[in-house]
Structures are given as C-alpha cells and as structure tokens.
Ligand binder design. Sequence first.
Ligand SMILES: [Mg+2]
Length: 390
Amino acid sequence: MKITGVEATPVAVPFRTDEVWAFGRRRGQVVVLVEVHTDEGLSGIGEAAAYPSTDVVRAALGALEPLVVGEDPRNIERLTKRVEVIGTWHHMQQNSPALAAVDMACWDIIGKVCGQPLVTLFGGRFRETVDFFYYVSGADPEEAAEQAAEGAERGFGTFYLKVGSPRPRSDIERVAAVRRAVGPEAGIRVDANEAWSSGTAIRVLRAMEEHGLELAEQPVSGRNLAEMAYVRSRVDTPLLANEASWTRYDQLEVIRHGAADVISVDNQMDGGLLNLKRSAGICDAAGVPVLKHSLGELGVGLAAALHVMASTPNFIYANQAYSSLLADDVLTEPHVYTEGRLPVPQGPGLGVALDRDKVRRYAEAYARDPGGYAFHDRQRTADSTPLPRL
Ligand SMILES: [Mg+2]
C-alpha cells in the first residue's frame, strides 16, 4: 500500500462563547482536516491544530506531502523518522501539527486494515472512558459561576479557568465564585499561561488556595525551570507544566528540574500519537502523572487522542478538550459526554467519520473569514501589559 496524496481542508466551527485568556481571545475553532489517500482506495482522516496559524499548517502540509507520497502508511516509525531527518523537520514545534495530522490519518488506515480500534493497537483498554475538564471561559465572576454551574449540572468534576489577567484580584474572585457554584468536592484548575512573576504566582496562588485548587498550570515562564521549581516549593497546590513541556525533550527537562507535579503532553505539539504514548511513558518512569493538553480540536483529533489516553495508565487527571466551548462538530456521530467522560470509539481506526455536509459548511465559514478565528485578537493584544505581570 502506498500513499498517493494528502488533502487538506481548513474548517472553522464557532464557539458558544468566546475563549479569553491572559493575552488573547478566540471566537471559534479552526482546524485543518487532513485526508491521506492510498493506491488501494483506503483513506484515513486526521486533524491538525491551526497552530501557530492556518497558513503555516497548510504550508507545512504542502512541504510534507512529497515526503510521504509513495511511502507505506502502515510504516509509521519509518515514515515519521524519515520526515524528521529531511530538511529541518526535527525542529518540530511549528511543523508538528501537520505531521501529527498525517500520523493520525495513517493510524486510521492501519486500524481499518486490521479491523481494530486504535485503542487495541496502543495497548488495549486500561480504562473504558476518559475524564475531561469543563472549560469555564467567563470573564467575570457571575458569568464564570453560571458556566461552571452548567458544567456541574452536566456532571463534570473538574473546572478550568484562565487566570493571569491584569487584575489578580479579579482572578481570585472568579475562583471563589466558581467554588461557590460547583461545591466543595469539584476540582478547580487555573492556568496563567506564564503570565506571572514568581512573586505574583506565590501570592495569588496562596490566596486562591483558600478556595481549593486542584492544579496550577504554568504560573510562570516555561523557559525557566528553576523558577518553576521555586514556585512549586512555595505553594501547596501541585503545579502542572504546559508551556514548559511541549515535546518529549522538554518533558525530560521538567522532570530533571523537579519543576512540576503533573505534565501536559500533546500529540499535536510533538509529531503524533506514537510520541504521545512515548511522552506518557517517560513521565510514568519518573512517577509523574500526565494529562492531554489541547490547542483546541474537533472530533477527529479528540477521537485520536482518546485511543491513547484510554490505553495508557498515567493519564489520571481530567484532560483538556474544547468540546464544552464548541457550538457544533464535523462528525457523523459527535462525541457525547456522560458525567464529564467520553467513551472510546468502537469502530476500526479512529472509529469516527466525517459529516461531509458539515465539513462543506464549515470550510465555507473559514473561507468567508479566514482571519476571524485566529489565536490573537488585535485589540486585546494592544491592551495587554508586558509579561510577567506583578
Ligand atoms: Mg495551558
């Protein structure tokens, strides 16, 4: 079997409410859907996060296509290693979502050839369902509490808030409001996206700890692991590495520096599902739990990661996904949460199929306004004070 082509389709699906964080705003999710076609008529589907932009991903896919055409999609180690040594593909981060999408589509083909869901090929069902957080994007305490109450009503047990705003007091007030809304047992996770200095991180996290925190995600720069280790030594809340842990090599450094209690891992940022499994293995050997980070995804990318999360023991925390923000999806059978958890698809490969009408509709939405769903927001970027924030 040989790969004959890689087809890329950017789509834009709106959020129900805007996503707002320390230095940006998004009103919907753009991803590049990828189909890998073969000479035997079998195709696989994948999905690339539009990181750092849709144009960069499309260009990377264009550069990748001649490197994989003619290769057997079942030889994923050979295929990805070959790509990594050609040109500068070993500089992984900017190119990674493109390679991750091709890897995903190849795995879909392999699963279809074997007649097995990927979870079986990745080690089998360690767990039947996978836990996810509820994304609370509300910008003020009342709105955040309302959204969190809605998530609690739907059975979610972990609530995620962006913090690191120019007014730390408002972040603390949102945490307090969410705690009142979700009750004493639920997990509240805060993500500062590196916004704080170490002094601010310690002061603000200690104030938030009065309301109970599950994890504090990347409170300070991910490039200074000694600073992370210092903050970790001064607060009671376990730290979660994210911007510090994009690739396997970064994760190894976080472990060496004792910079975090939990580590984010992501196939989109590190070249595919095999590397996601490897990341979890590196952390497992160090006794560190992991959770799946998300740059935002639709149902294809979520399905792919589900197979690895379900088959890998140390995914013990609620994982990230954008489903609670999305107004729609592109699958014939969208993922349905029960008590904040998703079952692993049963069918062969990824176990999901594209709804072609929806793909067409959201491809048109992207084409009408390609810049409208970008990661940045000009006004918010202009208003933002420099980091770290005091
Ligand atoms: Mg994060």
